[in-house]
Ligand binder design. Structure first.
Ligand code: NAG
Ligand code: NAG
Ligand code: NAG
Ligand code: NAG
Ligand code: NAG
Length: 411
């Protein structure tokens, strides 16, 4: 008995020694790489891969918290983005506070890789990246253009608008980063890239070809579609616009019609996309902060005047519809099962916390504010889109992590 105990403790000591040894080796190994990278002038070993903090098998980039960090953030300054649309240029339109610039998204289990525009473009050489969707997707596209412009890549030309498509070409790398306006993905009477403030929405729920033929040669496609589906009533249409035998039906059924449209979208991808060479992403819904009762403020308040993120862990506002998220998730999973290279980027939770990061009244007004809005600016606040620099930069950091992750460790 006693002998056994002695024996056991000897094993433990022996194991302790080997653990110390392994740690020492590990330390030497890591220092070697750090030193080598510094000599090479590379930024750090964190450059392209998310680094894991513990032994958790998966690196979940979507669960985490916002940490104040005025050293490494923002990733660029608003003035460095000469191509930024006025909708997101909050400082230019009078926003004075800037704390909202200085937040870093810190996943619980790992670190986000540092965004490296040149590394990304190296990977995108000869390729076409295309963001497809509504103004929130455009918000993300604009952030990507800012991230690239601010990295000092020479001789960049302003993006070119042509119909629903905006093309941003990076000549030096023979790469294009485009945006395509198609807020409901399928065809609708909201498809005009400029004049689309339509309340009476008519959706051709089974028609997508008119848009989708512009997507077919993209190497990486990033989709979103949510906000435009929230109208209580919409008209669904079968048959072509203005044709005498078209069938129209006005419906509520918010979930059902979303499901139908995503079915049309999925079917198109399944049959038309080259599954071997095309990478697809679907952005989860973007949070809005129109109703301050969600975070314990008054009923007549919203994101206007907010300067701090929400710190309650797992905070979830009333405007983010989980049922609609589940429909989008099911569509993405269906495509995955059919062998498409598609990833759902679940950025909703991280955006939920950021009631401070919307333009509110600091944006270009496309329609002159009413008397009532001038008296009460809250009524003219945009609590849907995001100031840049801001939250969409983090969506792009996550997208970047996935694009750079060739060995598919994030999947
Ligand atoms: C960062 O924030 C800290 C604390 O608010 C402040 O003391 C410091 O001066 C700031 N640094 C920069 C570079 O803004
Ligand atoms: C640029 O990329 C396209 C493919 O997108 C390719 O056809 C073309 O030859 C490339 N041009 C140069 C100069 O590399
Ligand atoms: C449908 O008809 C209206 C009025 O005749 C016209 O303005 C519109 O451009 C037509 N729409 C399509 C998609 O052909
Ligand atoms: C905000 O949400 C509360 C609680 O759900 C609701 O009673 C109120 O009507 C909402 N306010 C607005 C302006 O929609
Ligand atoms: C996306 O995130 C939400 C909030 O954290 C979570 O409830 C949902 O299950 C996630 N969906 C997927 C597919 O991971």
């Amino acid at each position: 008995m006693a002998e056994k105990v002695v024996h056991k403790s000897w094993i433990i000591q022996y194991n302790l020694h080997s653990i110390v040894g392994i740690l020492l080796l590990f330390f030497l190994f890591v220092s070697f790489y750090l030193i080598r990278d510094n000599i090479d002038g590379a930024s750090s070993i964190l450059a392209n891969k998310p680094t894991r903090k513990n032994s958790s098998p998966r690196c979940d980039l979507f669960s985490g918290s916002w940490i104040f960090d005025n050293v490494s953030y923002p990733l660029y300054k608003e003035q460095q983005c000469s191509f930024m649309p006025d909708d997101f240029a909050c400082h230019k339109f009078g926003r004075k506070d800037s704390k909202y610039h200085y937040w870093r998204w810190q996943p619980y289990d790992c670190d986000l890789p540092r965004f490296n525009a040149k590394g990304l473009l190296e990977k995108l050489k000869g390729k076409r990246v295309l963001f497809v969707g509504d103004s929130l997707n455009k918000n993300q596209w604009a952030s990507m253009v800012c991230l690239i412009e601010s990295s000092g890549i020479p001789s960049l030309k302003p993006p070119i608008w042509k119909g629903n498509l905006i093309t941003f070409e990076v000549k030096e790398y023979n790469a294009t980063i485009d945006f395509y306006w198609s807020p409901l993905l399928v065809e609708s009477n909201c498809d005009d890239p400029v004049k689309h403030r339509v309340r009476d929405r008519i959706i051709r729920i089974e028609a997508i070809e008119k848009h989708a033929r512009h997507w077919i040669d993209a190497d990486i496609l990033i989709f979103d579609s949510f906000t435009w589906w929230l109208e209580p009533q919409m008209t669904l249409q079968w048959g072509s616009f203005n044709s005498s035998d078209a069938i129209y039906k006005k419906v509520g059924m918010k979930l059902r019609r979303y499901e139908m449209a995503l079915r049309t979208w999925s079917d198109w991808l399944e049959f038309q996309i080259d599954t071997k060479s095309t990478r697809l992403f679907f952005m989860s819904l973007s949070s809005s902060h129109k109703n301050a009762t969600d975070w314990g403020m008054g009923n007549d308040e919203n994101c206007y005047g907010e300067t701090e993120p929400i710190s309650t862990r797992d905070y979830w506002g009333s405007e983010s519809d989980r049922k609609m998220m589940e429909i989008a998730e099911a569509s993405v999973n269906g495509l995955k099962r059919k062998g498409l290279d598609i990833q759902y980027l679940n950025t909703t939770q991280l955006s939920e916390y950021r009631k401070d990061a919307h333009p509110s009244v600091y944006k270009r007004n496309w329609v002159a504010p009413t008397k009532e809005q001038l008296l009460n600016p809250r009524k003219n606040a945009d609590c849907v889109h995001w100031c840049l620099p801001g939250v969409p930069d983090v969506w792009n950091q996550i997208l970047y992590a996935y694009i750079m992750d060739s060995s598919r460790e994030l999947y």
